[in-house]
Design a binder for this molecule. Sequence first.
Ligand code: CA
Length: 239
Amino acid sequence: MPRVLLIEDNVAVAEAIRRFLERSGMPTAWAPTGARGMELKKSFSPDVVLVDLGLPDTNGVSLIGWLSQKHDCGIIVVSGRGEETERVVGLELGADDYIAKPFHLREMVARIRAVHRRTHSRAPANPPPSLHHVGPFTVDLQRRAMVDASGRPVVLTGAEFAALQTLLEAAGEPVSRERLSEAALRRPWRAEDRSIDQLIFGLRRKLADDDRGQRLIQSVRGAGYVLARNGGGAVAGET
Ligand code: CA
């Protein structure tokens, strides 16, 4: 069962959520402010953190940035009406899911379980090598960073990085637009949806390998996209 940290300033809402989560078997700690949330993150060691975007002392978005740097817990954004922009930025910064108010407590429990499953498997007992070569670039999955051949950082958005990671983990197998959409945009793919193609277009531009003009990410008809076999692969001995 995941340990849950709830960062929410509304006492009545927080109390209702905490009671429900505890009844569902999830040990839950509650922080009414961002500052208290940061303390409890360290002392309570939650598996999943629920972050209300409207907090009295902290900008919820910067709190998500702080949490996601640790890579050791799942993050769910809880947003109210009029906070769509912050919610999107939160997802870009590394939040794993979002819940819009008002929500059903049962749905919240299901989302927490799903995020826990997903983020838990991020840190398996035998972690795979975290450094990968993509053409002339080196990708560090642990630090979520990429550098070019001369060591200069290449800045990717959260969605671009998630798409690249999914392609890398497929190890030369094509990845469908459905899977990329779930992994990078956290929503189901629809046939008329061009967002994945736009995302790949942007990623290809950042991965442009001018020397050979080679496309590191190739499209596969009817299947999706694949990272060129000679473009990927773990870096031996650099785990
Ligand atoms: Ca609030």
